[in-house]
Design a protein around this ligand. Structure first.
Ligand code: FDA
Length: 308
């Protein structure tokens, strides 16, 4: 119920306008977002790299409404790739196709994505296409399929285990040889397209994870769920799958203890580092995953306020 309410609020731009200047909301966001500027995100990446953790930088922002805005989003993503290369950071980037113009028209989005991938290929790096709500799943996968042939090692996508269709999509991507990040899925979806019960989402994740570990191309196992992480570790141990054939992935600010433990044990770990002024929908999805975060972070804000 609370999850549904938070996900509903995540889609209300009027609420964001209201909270954008609010210092408590900004403090809440700073737990999960590495600041509003690229400079602040780069500082976070440096800190993570120093802990032996690789990253994926993400400029927050969802659907844009004009061709010019979509072009600007592609320009910023290219600047991110160039900054990563110039400063020799251990990072790739993640983008959303609606930022690159998917809602405006497919040709605009294809042109922007192609321009971005050409730069990524020239710099020898990698772009991950995040997965958005189910209304975009097929269009996202079709576009990735179209561009995969031209940029095979530079392009990857995301599969959400809560969708019924994901079994077939994982086979489709294994067939292509595309790199997949597997996550549970963060959007509010109807029972007609997604498992309503968490136990089924987790079972689907376990099944897809094992298929990807066995037959996929360098999968990203994106979860903070310790049961699933233990299962992955056991599976690769039993099958003799080398630790450089996959990576675990987690979100900035979530389960830092587990992040460090995995690195200490010699597993590869990538942290998703979001930044930018459009942090509101992202923050609301993180709070929806674990409403206890609201109390936890507000408690910290109050304690720090008292100390000051
Ligand atoms: P689950 O929600 O079951 O949580 C398991 C445990 O992890 C919790 O008990 C808690 O301990 C901890 N935890 C989880 N979320 C937490 C939080 N917000 N704060 C504190 N603790 C938390 N989704 C999507 O739809 N499209 C995408 O492209 C991506 N991309 C992406 C990249 C990466 C690197 C990650 C890690 C995740 C995503 N996601 C995503 C989000 C994903 O779908 C999912 O919503 C979250 O990862 C939470 O699910 P868990 O697998 O962690 O399990």
């Amino acid at each position: 119920m609370l999850r549904a309410g938070l996900l509903y609020l995540s889609e209300q731009p009027a609420v964001f306008k209201f909270v954008r200047g609010n210092p408590i909301a900004k403090r809440l966001a700073s737990r999960f977002v590495a600041g509003e500027t690229l400079d602040s995100a780069v500082a976070a990446v440096r800190e993570l790299n120093a802990r032996g953790i690789t990253t994926s930088l993400d400029l927050l922002g969802e659907s844009v409404h004009t061709e010019a805005e979509a072009g600007q989003a592609a320009d910023v993503a290219i600047q991110m790739l160039e900054r990563i290369a110039r400063e020799k950071l251990d990072s790739n980037i993640s983008v959303k196709l609606t930022q690159l113009g998917l809602d405006i028209g497919r040709p605009v989005c294809v042109a922007n994505t192609r321009r971005l991938l050409e730069r990524a290929a020239a710099l020898g790096t990698f772009v991950r296409i995040d997965m958005e709500s189910s209304e975009y799943t097929e269009r996202t996968l079709a576009l990735v399929e179209e561009l995969h042939a031209a940029f095979p090692p530079h392009l990857g996508v995301v599969i959400q285990s809560y969708l019924y269709r994901s079994d077939a999509d994982v086979e489709r991507l294994i067939g292509l040889g595309t790199r997949v990040r597997l996550c549970k899925g963060a959007y509010k979806e109807p029972a007609s397209v997604a498992h309503p019960d968490k136990a089924d989402v987790d079972a689907s994740f376990a099944r897809l994870m094992e298929r990807l570990l066995e037959r996929g191309n360098y999968p990203g196992i994106a979860t903070h769920d310790e049961k699933l992480i233990t299962r992955a570790r056991r599976f690769v141990g039993q099958r003799g799958i080398a630790r450089d054939r996959f990576e675990f992935q987690m979100l900035y600010g979530v389960r830092r203890d587990l992040q460090d433990a995995l690195v200490r044990e010699g597993y590869r770990l990538r942290v998703y580092v979001p930044f930018g002024t459009q942090w509101y929908p992202y923050l609301m999805r993180r709070l929806a995953e674990r409403p206890a975060n609201i109390a936890f972070i507000l408690g910290n804000v109050v304690r720090e306020g008292v100390r000051r």
